[in-house]
Ligand binder design. Structure first.
Ligand SMILES: C[S@@+](CC[C@H](N)C(=O)[O-])C[C@H]1O[C@@H](n2cnc3c(N)ncnc32)[C@H](O)[C@@H]1O
Length: 220
């Protein structure tokens, strides 16, 4: 896929649908790659700032895409898109955008939160979306990419057999797959938290959850 870094390449691999909307499209490269690779037929780019909006317009000129100036889901009508992505923002902002117009959230969503992916996992369990895939990408930074599908039928099976707190914080599918680059990142974080002076309540809790997870999986 052209012009995408490893993070957005991993996002693109989780998207395939007729009409896809990207909120916070900025440079517009994700939609361009999705259109050019045939993973989507039509794109809707949504931006709430004029600079990034113009970047999207430039990138998507001549392609089957509409670029809209709007705040989050106010730029999308119910049922207009089959899938949605929100990438490169904090988890809390992503949740705020999703909660503002629940009726406009398509059935398939792909999310890459820069911080606090656990906020998004928590939102999904309450809003009736099941986690169907997760990817972990390590580059200069590390990113979790999550794909959710609307499913009104009870508890999300992705969390079965995974310590609940650990699943929400670190990703139940990633924990089940337990791939080496993910485990290395957890071990690095554990070392960092262990030597962190003056842990806050939040970092102390994270440290405890991570310690329990590593003990359970690695017996240490
Ligand atoms: C850090 S950029 C990420 C760009 C791209 N999605 C990526 O992952 O590379 C976040 C973008 O989201 C846009 N944004 C933030 N809040 C938004 C909102 N409520 N509605 C639409 N766009 C928003 C910002 O203007 C910015 O261009």
């Amino acid at each position: 896929m052209p012009k995408l870094d490893d993070r957005l390449k991993a996002v693109a691999k989780l998207i395939r649908s007729p009409t896809h909307a990207d909120i916070g499209s900025d440079h517009g490269h994700l939609l361009k790659a999705l259109l050019q690779s045939g993973r989507i037929d039509q794109g809707i780019a949504i931006e709430n700032k004029t600079g990034p909006l113009n970047n999207s317009r430039k990138t998507l000129a001549g392609l089957n895409a509409e670029v809209r100036l709007a705040d989050g889901l106010t730029g999308l009508q119910p049922g207009e898109a089959d899938s949605l992505s929100l990438c490169g923002m904090g988890g809390e902002l992503i949740v705020k955008i999703l909660q503002a117009h629940p009726d406009r959230v398509p059935d398939d969503i792909v999310i890459q939160a820069n911080r606090r992916p656990e906020s998004v996992r928590r939102w999904a369990q309450i809003a009736g979306f099941h986690l169907v895939d997760e990817t972990f990408v390590v580059g200069r930074n590390q990113f979790t990419i999550m794909r959710f599908h609307r499913n009104a039928s009870g508890a999300d099976p992705a969390y079965q057999c995974v310590q609940c707190d650990a699943g929400e914080r670190f990703g139940p599918i990633l924990i089940r797959r337990w791939q080496p680059h993910f485990v290395d990142a957890l071990l690095r974080e554990h070392q960092y938290l262990m030597h962190l002076a003056g842990r806050t309540q939040e970092t102390q809790h994270r440290f405890e959850v991570l310690s329990r997870l590593l003990t359970d999986k690695l017996g240490r």
